[in-house]
Design a protein around this ligand. Structure first.
Ligand code: FES
Ligand code: FES
Length: 137
């Protein structure tokens, strides 16, 4: 299967690989796994409490090229967005941007799920109710 150029670029030069300090109250961590293949993705956001803006995002993905590319792209998109705007990131936008084939759609779902999990972790740490999301097929 041929990967698109954008996937290869994010795979070879992933943006924002790394770790944020989990002990900080303004850092949210999402850790999700894909039942389809067992790949695992950790995505973290750092929020400026006074503005509600995401000032930093990092990821570590143990998975396929599409999952790495999806999380790299997701962290790029997250930076500079508000938490509310971040919730609008849909996996199909990632699919379109990276030109992922149907068998790789779940890799992008992993990134969306990781974003949601990171936001919920941030909310929980700050006394906010967790958001209940609908399952993605
Ligand atoms: Fe092999 Fe995802 S299925 S890395
Ligand atoms: Fe499973 Fe990409 S995350 S193949």
């Amino acid at each position: 299967m041929a990967y698109s150029e954008k996937v290869i670029d994010h795979y070879q030069n992933p943006k924002n690989v790394g770790t944020l300090d989990k002990s900080q109250k303004n850092v949210g961590t999402g850790l999700v796994g894909a039942p389809e293949c067992g790949d695992v993705m950790r995505l973290q956001i750092q929020v400026d409490d006074s503005t509600g803006m995401i000032t930093d995002a990092k990821f570590k993905t143990f998975g396929c090229g599409s999952a790495i590319a999806s999380s790299s792209l997701a962290t790029e998109w997250l930076k500079g967005k508000s938490v509310d705007e971040a919730l609008q990131i849909d996996n199909m936008t990632i699919v379109e941007e990276l030109n992922l084939p149907p068998v790789k759609i779940h890799c992008s779902v992993l990134a969306e799920d990781a974003i949601k999990a990171a936001i919920n972790d941030y909310r929980k740490k700050n006394g906010l109710e967790e958001i209940v999301f609908e399952e993605k097929a």
